[in-house]
Design a binder for this molecule. Structure first.
Ligand SMILES: Nc1ncnc2c1ncn2[C@@H]1O[C@H](COP(=O)(O)OP(=O)(O)OP(=O)(O)O)[C@@H](O)[C@H]1O
Ligand SMILES: [Mg+2]
Length: 261
C-alpha cells in the first residue's frame, strides 16, 4: 500500500512553545484515521502540516509522495481536501453555496478553462446533491445552519477529487440528528474504495464513523498511541490521553466514553 502521509520526527515550535514534538506517523492509502486528544493537544497543528499549510520546524513531512519544503505547495494543496473552522471563517459572507464548492477548483485549471468550468460545475452540483444540499445552491453561505455549513464544507473539500481528505471537527456544533446524519454520511464515504485516505479530528467518540480503521491519540504535542482502532482505542490509552480514568463503550461499531466512577 502506498504511503499518503509520512511524518518523521516532526516538531513545530512557535516562539517558546512546542506545538508538536517528534511526531512519527504514517497514513497509507485506504486508511481512515480518527485523531483524538484534549484541547491544545496539537490536532489542528498536525492537520495543518498534513494539509501542506504549515512546514515543520524540525523533521521531515512527506505528503502524497512529496517532501514539504522541497515542493511547490500550490501544486500539492489541490490534491488535499481540507475542511476546518478557520477555513470556513474565510468564506465571504455573501458567497453562495455553489461558489463555495466551485472555487475549490480554482488554480488547478489552465488553458481549457471554459470546458473545465462546465465539468467543474457539474461536479459541484453532484457533490452538493450527494451531501443533501441541492436545494440550497443559491443561498449565501452565511445564512446556512451549522449542519448545512458542515456539509457544504465537506463537499468543497471533495471538489478537487483529493487523494487525502482532512476534516477538523466536522461535527462541532451539530445537533443530535445532524451528528447522526454526518456520521452516517462519513461512514458511507469511508466504505467507498474510491474515497481518498481520510483523517478526522474530533472531541467526541460518538462521532467516530463506523468503518474508520485507525486512531491517533495525542496529548501535549505528542502521540500517546497510534494504530488500528480495535487494539489502540482502549480504556487505558484513552484515560492516559485525557489524564482521567475513563470507561469506554463500544457497540455496533460506535463508541462512547464517560468518567470512571
Ligand atoms: N502560532 C502559535 N503560536 C503559539 N502557540 C500556538 C500557535 N498556534 C497554536 N498554538 C498553541 O499550540 C497548541 C496546539 O494547538 P492546536 O490548535 O493544534 O490544538 P488542538 O489539539 O487542535 O486543540 P482544540 O481541540 O482546542 O482544537 C495550543 O496550546 C495553542 O494555543
Ligand atoms: Mg483544533
Amino acid at each position: 500500500m502506498n504511503e499518503v502521509l509520512g511524518l518523521a520526527d516532526v516538531s513545530v515550535v512557535r516562539g517558546r512553545k512546542d506545538l508538536l514534538t517528534d511526531i512519527n506517523w504514517q497514513v497509507k492509502e485506504g486508511e481512515r484515521w480518527v485523531v483524538l486528544g484534549p484541547n491544545g493537544a496539537g490536532k489542528t497543528t498536525l492537520l495543518q502540516i498534513a494539509g501542506a499549510r504549515m512546514h515543520p520546524t524540525r523533521g521531515l513531512a512527506g505528503v502524497l509522495g512529496e517532501v514539504l519544503g522541497a515542493v511547490d505547495v500550490f501544486e500539492l494543496r489541490p490534491r488535499i481536501g481540507l475542511s476546518s473552522a478557520s477555513l470556513a471563517n474565510h468564506i465571504p459572507e455573501q458567497e453562495n453555496v455553489l461558489n463555495v464548492v466551485l472555487t475549490a477548483s480554482y488554480g488547478m485549471t489552465g488553458r481549457w478553462r471554459e470546458a473545465y468550468e462546465k465539468l467543474d460545475e457539474r461536479r459541484a452540483f453532484t457533490l452538493l446533491h450527494d451531501w443533501g444540499m441541492s436545494t440550497m445552491i443559491n443561498r449565501p453561505f452565511s445564512t446556512l445552519s451549522e449542519g448545512e455549513r458542515k456539509r457544504v464544507q465537506i463537499a468543497r473539500a471533495l471538489m478537487t477529487d483529493p487523494e487525502l481528505l482532512l476534516l477538523d471537527e466536522p461535527g462541532a456544533g451539530l445537533d443530535l440528528a445532524g451528528r447522526e446524519d454526518l456520521v452516517a454520511r462519513l461512514s458511507e464515504l469511508a466504505a467507498d474504495e474510491e474515497s481518498p485516505a481520510m483523517v478526522l479530528v474530533t472531541h467526541h467518540l460518538e462521532e467516530i464513523p463506523p468503518g474508520f480503521t485507525h486512531v491517533l491519540l495525542m496529548r501535549e504535542g505528542g502521540i500517546v498511541a497510534a494504530g488500528p482502532i480495535e487494539d489502540t482505542l482502549t480504556e487505558e490509552n484513552l484515560s492516559e490521553t485525557f489524564n482521567m480514568p475513563l470507561s469506554l463503550r463500544a457497540e455496533g461499531g460506535r463508541f462512547s466514553a464517560v468518567a470512571k466512577r
